[in-house]
Design a protein around this ligand. Structure first.
Ligand code: ZN
Length: 206
């Protein structure tokens, strides 16, 4: 069963390994806004919204974060997700919501989000590493369901009161991290964190 302290320790290890890195917004097509599939957690919403608004403003884009929420966020896009009740079609319903959002808003950049500490994940015994593995499957599901979309995977971490951060989930680093126990040469070198607005990131060193 996941618990908060263990989850934060895991998140720190993933950050230090270059798996959770600064979001490179310049690589994302943001002009027309973004669709965000994320958790409904209202305790984290204001921080997440503030960041996304700043990101869009910094990019000179319209501030159009179009939120599609479920407890557990994008992890529920996975077929047979452990977060979905059996016999339901939550994954398909969410795909329908994304399709409808694209049709209604003409937004084709999709951010798939998980967060730590997520109450829904904890309730189901899903720690942050497992959540990121599920997020990988969620991305594959979306990419295989729609053409001409840009999909990014992101993770919000609530380290402490007034210390919350958004990170890009770097899947190439994740693969190295997963198999890096006996391959220390693959460990990304540590680089100095940088401040962007009130957010503080470790740059992507890989
Ligand atoms: Zn949550």
């Amino acid at each position: 069963m996941a618990n908060e302290q263990t989850d934060l320790e895991l998140a720190k290890k993933l950050r230090d390994s270059g798996v959770l890195v600064e979001i490179q917004q310049e690589l994302l097509p943001l002009n027309n806004g973004i669709i965000v599939v994320g958790c409904a957690d209202g305790d984290q919403f204001c921080d997440r919204f503030d960041y996304l608004r700043q990101m869009l403003q910094d990019a000179g884009a319209q501030v159009r974060p179009h939120f599609i929420t479920r407890h557990g966020g994008a992890l529920r896009l996975v077929k047979d997700s452990p977060l979905n009740a059996r016999g339901r079609q939550t994954d398909l319903d969410l795909l329908d919501e994304i399709e409808e959002a694209m049709s209604l808003k003409k937004i084709y950049t999709i951010l798939l989000e998980t967060h730590c500490k997520c109450g829904k994940c904890a309730h189901h015994g899903i720690d942050v590493e497992t959540a990121l593995a599920l997020l990988t499957h969620a991305k594959e599901r979306v990419l295989s369901s729609f053409n001409n979309v840009t999909v990014a995977t992101i993770c919000h971490v609530d380290w402490a009161p007034n210390r919350k951060r958004y990170y890009k989930f770097c899947q190439s680093a994740w693969l190295r991290h997963s198999g890096s126990v006996n391959r220390p040469q693959d460990t990304p070198k540590r680089v100095a964190p940088v401040r962007r607005g009130r957010y503080f990131f470790v740059p992507d060193a890989v």
